[in-house]
Design a protein around this ligand. Structure first.
Ligand code: GSH
Length: 213
């Protein structure tokens, strides 16, 4: 039986839950409230010494970090695949690059915007907000160009798309229209939202989170 230690609003945990749903894998969810420090308890640090969700346990195997967890799932439960075919090395590299870009640039920047918006208006840093908004505009313009003539970012639906989905889906709620004047992004968001694994995703929220989120 698979166990997933996660906090529902965490975009990295959401990546893993999308992958589990795409692969129709059942699991037990154990909630770790990172906003209340539950991830700092010794019993959780024993699972992940870095004290971060998500952590997946599959029988004797404990894996943390969303990218590595999804790679583990891909190795252990290859169907349906979430990376391009084994003989498409270039496309596989492209999918991994987009996943890394989403994890280390897009998702944290949306997180910074959430952190600013959660503050009282007088305490917000307008320069930071402007810088982050410009950064997000640049990312979305780039993605729009990369999606021209493509359904998904790296061939068939893959980890590249999964990694963007969690934060892409909350941007509108934050008053930031990702699809605004970007027809390829608009079609992509629509295609992503129609997938059951994404449509049924729990925990979409604009709550700022500790860590890289
Ligand atoms: N690179 C990690 C990032 C995970 C992460 O940042 N998780 C956040 C919640 S979204 C967390 O556990 N934060 C708690 C902390 O850093 O204290 C992954 O992809 O799994």
């Amino acid at each position: 039986m698979i166990k997933l230690y996660d906090y529902l609003p965490c975009p990295y945990g959401q990546k893993v839950r999308i992958a589990l749903a795409e692969k129709s894998l059942n699991y037990e969810l154990i909630e770790v409230d990172v906003t209340r420090g539950a991830n700092r308890r010794p019993e959780f640090i024993r699972l992940n010494p870095f004290g971060r969700v998500p952590v997946l346990i599959d029988d004797e195997t404990t894996v943390y970090d969303s990218t590595i967890v999804i790679e583990y799932l891909e190795d252990e439960y290859p169907e349906p695949p979430l990376l391009p075919a084994l003989n498409s090395s270039a496309l596989r590299a492209r999918a991994r690059q987009f996943e890394d870009f989403a994890d280390t640039s897009f998702t944290p920047q949306v997180g910074q915007l959430m952190a600013e918006q959660a503050k009282a208006e007088a305490e917000r840093d307008p320069t930071r907000i402007q810088r982050v908004q410009r950064g997000l505009e640049n990312i979305l313009n780039y993605i729009n160009r990369e999606l021209e003539g493509q359904e998904f970012l790296a061939g068939p639906f893959s980890v590249a798309d999964i990694a963007f989905a969690p934060r892409l889906l909350v941007l509108k709620e934050m008053g930031f229209e990702a699809a605004f004047n970007r027809p390829h992004v608009e079609g992509w968001i629509k295609r992503l939202s129609e997938r059951a694994a994404i449509a049924n995703l729990k925990g979409l929220s604009v709550e700022p989170l500790p860590g890289a989120a």
